[in-house]
Design a protein. Structure first.
Length: 549
């Protein structure tokens, strides 16, 4: 009897240690093992009514709705998402969203004869049953199949509204059409705006980019566009950098804010709406030569603020990378020569500090596309996703640089996908839409979800959690960092920052064999101190909660 009791205590202790994990002030608690093999989790949709909703994917396009109980995070149901036909055509899965307490799956279908790209929404009941009521959200007129463009989605901060944009190119007209719509929790449109913008792509170095779009806590809608070209006669770079405002209090009448500057080119832009009625814009910029041609490499980071009380751009700061940051990114020799940074960094996230300033995380991201293997629609294509170091830039409330540092990491994951239509909708020639997801849903569950990082900001302190090679324990020098290698054997590490930007690295005291591996590409932020997370070890998967003590 005594031996049985000791065995029970041992097994219970082992189970508890396997279900709970702690690194410094970050605790992770996991639920039961997910034994249902129908689809790996590729997105945590949200939590409501004591249930957690997640999206699963098996194979190329077999999606599943997974429902868990909030308390023990046990899988309740796992139902395939089988979309109905629309006018004898299959509806393709686009997105799944939680609005208020209502869950919707969103799908699209292209009608070649009519040249109409349709978007529909279908509600799911709490028990995972698909409604027979299909709601038409868009019937977008397009030029042709290859220029049908794509749909892009943003939820409001309170997750009560859904902002959707469709953008497509009309090549023969030298025009780009974008259609914005804001939907309430019943998928009823409360705002709609359609614009067709003509442009002259015969101009030197012409580019037109929809940089970002967003909806704030007041249900105001914003769109950032950037049009640029080189005036050969005047030998100058012309930048049209605008924020389009559609305010609820103004009955969604279109208002335009111009951001004016010279001798610089905007490389990218991300937007964040804050609670004090301010819209913050951040991104990278490049220098411009005397002949008006942009250098394209990254000179530094800018910050522009729009005051929604008067629709004015009240602040614009351009901050060059400091020498210490350049040494970490380029090496001492190139930094001394004044070289600029390669344009391979994307804005990962923007954090509003307690003092009103910003912390901007910019991650090195590269997608390497291999040669097709096979014939026609049966061909497959190898793709490698690379996410390396993160530039952390801390800005003061006035937009000027406070401090910067670099999180050293080296990560990659390779996937093989069907090559047909893998990259449609992202852009065409000089026209580009830069608001897509970091990783396409179609490749999640195959490796990229182990990459990147989770930023955590609480009580004025920044923490960055990511997977790393266990041989990098204690290492913060980018020159000494080793590649993560096999992500199935990765261990979590935590970088913490003080108010001067100094890094302290926290690693697990000892690496536990067969410990679950966190998937930073799949998480859901509930608030400043609680996150829903997903982790796995080979065939074993668990849903969990992460807390910041």
């Amino acid at each position: 009897m005594k031996k049985k009791l000791l065995l029970f205590v041992f097994l219970l202790t082992s189970m508890l240690s396997f279900s709970q994990y702690k690194i410094e002030n970050v605790s992770m608690t996991y639920g039961e093992e997910i034994t249902e093999e129908k689809g790996k989790i590729i997105k945590i949709i949200g939590e409501t009514n004591n249930k957690i909703y997640a999206l699963g994917l098996k194979g190329k396009d077999k999606y599943f709705l997974k429902i868990f109980s909030s308390g023990d995070m046990k899988l309740i149901s796992n139902n395939p998402i089988i979309l109905p036909e629309l006018k004898d055509k299959d509806v393709d899965f686009e997105e799944i969203v939680l609005l208020g307490n209502r869950l919707y799956v969103v799908g699209s279908v292209y009608h070649r004869k009519d040249k109409i790209f349709t978007l529909v929404g279908i509600e799911y009941s709490e028990d995972g049953k698909l409604s027979k009521n299909m709601i038409t959200m868009f019937e977008a007129e397009v030029a042709k199949s290859s220029d049908r463009g794509g749909f892009y989605f943003k939820s409001s901060p309170d997750e009560q509204m859904l902002l959707v944009m469709h953008a497509s190119l009309f090549d023969k007209e030298d025009a780009m059409k974008y259609d914005l719509k804001l939907f309430d929790s019943n998928l009823k449109p409360v705002f709609s705006n359609i614009d067709k913008v003509s442009f002259d792509d015969n101009k030197k170095d012409f580019e037109f980019t929809i940089s970002d779009f967003d909806v704030n806590f007041k249900d105001d809608v914003f769109l950032v566009i950037n049009e640029s070209y080189r005036d050969k006669k005047k030998k100058e770079k012309v930048e049209k950098f605008q924020v389009l405002l559609f305010k609820k209090d103004s009955n969604y009448q279109k208002e335009v804010v111009d951001i004016n500057f010279k001798d610089k080119e905007i490389i990218n832009c991300k937007m964040m709406s804050t609670a004090n009625n301010i819209v913050q814009l951040v991104g990278f910029y490049s220098s411009v030569r005397e002949n008006g041609k942009a250098n394209k490499e990254l000179k530094g980071i800018y910050n522009a603020t729009i005051n929604l009380n008067n629709n004015q751009n009240e602040n614009l700061k351009f901050n060059e990378f400091d020498y210490e940051t350049k040494v970490k990114l380029l090496g001492e020799r190139r930094a001394k020569k004044g070289k600029d940074v390669k344009p391979l960094y994307q804005i990962h996230s923007i954090i509003e500090k307690n003092d009103g300033g910003l912390i901007v995380l910019s991650e090195y991201r590269l997608v390497v596309v291999g040669q097709k293997q096979g014939i026609g629609p049966l061909a497959v294509q190898p793709i490698t996703y690379i996410t390396n170091e993160i530039i952390v830039t801390c800005l003061k409330p006035d937009g000027s640089l406070d401090w910067s540092n670099v999180v050293a990491k080296d990560q990659s994951a390779a996937v093989t996908v069907m090559s047909l239509n893998m990259f449609t909708g992202g852009g065409n020639g000089n026209f580009n839409v830069a608001v897509g997801a970091s990783f396409p849903l179609a490749v999640m569950g195959k490796g990229p979800e182990y990459l990147s990082a989770i930023p955590i900001y609480k009580d004025g302190q920044l923490n960055i959690l990511f997977n790393d090679n266990k041989k990098n324990k204690g290492v913060t020098d980018i020159e000494e960092i080793k590649s993560m290698g096999n992500y199935n054997n990765a261990v979590p590490t935590l970088f913490t920052f003080d108010d001067k930007g100094n890094i302290t690295r926290k690693d697990p005291e000892e690496v536990i064999k067969n410990e679950l591996v966190l998937r930073p590409g799949i998480y859901y932020r509930k608030n400043d101190y609680e996150y829903l997370i997903y982790a796995s070890r080979k065939s074993q998967d668990k849903l969990g909660r992460m807390f910041l003590d």
